[in-house]
Design a protein around this ligand. Structure first.
Ligand SMILES: [Zn+2]
Length: 175
C-alpha cells in the first residue's frame, strides 16, 4: 500500500503524489484519535485532500480494543463508537445496560457523564459481544481496577495504521 505512486485527485483528476502523515480521523466520530502513517494526497490544484486508510475495519477494531482498555473514564463519543462498532441500536445497547435509548443518547451527547460502574459494564459488554475482542476480555476485566476517574477526553489515542499498535497520550494543552 505504501508508495504506490501517483494518485488521481477524486475531485479534479490532477495527478498527485501521496505523502505519509498523521491524520485526525473525524469519520470515526472520535475527536481525539490520530491515525499514524496514513497516505494523504493533497491536490495542489483544487485543494482537495484524499485520505487513504488501509484496512479500515481492522483500524476500527484496534480503536475499539484500545477503548475497552482505556486508562480513563469513557466519553460519550467513545460509547457511541463502541455501540456502532457492535452494530447495536440505542435500544439494543440500553437493554444490555438496563436502561433505554434516551439515556444512551444523553451519555453519547455529553448531556450526562457516564458513571464509573456503567463505564465498566460498557467495556465488558463490548469486549464480550465482539468475537474478535472476546479473547482479550479477561485482560479487560483485570484492568478494571486501574481505570482512573479522569475524563477520557483528556487523552488522545494514536493508532499506527500499518502495525495497528495503539497508544494513549495526554492531549496537548492549548496555550
Ligand atoms: Zn484536485
Amino acid at each position: 500500500m505504501i508508495g504506490t505512486g501517483i494518485h488521481e485527485c477524486t475531485n479534479c483528476g490532477t495527478a498527485v503524489t501521496p505523502a505519509l502523515r498523521n491524520y485526525r480521523d473525524r469519520e470515526s466520530g472520535l475527536p481525539n484519535v490520530v491515525l499514524q502513517g496514513v497516505e494523504v494526497a493533497d491536490c495542489p490544484k483544487c485543494g482537495n485532500s484524499d485520505v487513504m486508510i488501509p484496512r479500515l475495519a481492522k483500524v476500527h477494531r484496534a480503536i475499539a480494543q484500545a477503548l475497552v482498555n482505556s486508562p480513563a473514564r469513557l466519553t460519550g463519543e467513545q460509547l457511541r463508537f463502541l455501540r456502532k462498532h457492535l452494530g447495536l441500536s440505542g435500544d439494543q445497547m440500553g437493554s444490555y445496560l438496563h436502561t433505554d435509548r434516551t439515556k444512551i443518547s444523553k451519555w453519547e451527547n455529553g448531556v450526562d457523564r457516564i458513571g464509573p460502574t456503567m463505564d465498566r459494564l460498557i467495556r465488558l459488554v463490548a469486549a464480550t459481544l465482539d468475537s474478535e475482542l472476546l479473547p482479550g476480555a479477561s485482560a479487560v476485566a483485570e484492568h478494571l481496577p486501574q481505570i482512573s476517574d479522569k475524563p477520557g477526553n483528556l487523552l488522545e489515542l494514536h493508532v499506527d495504521v500499518v502495525t495497528l499498535r495503539t497508544a494513549f497520550s495526554s492531549v496537548a494543552r492549548a496555550a
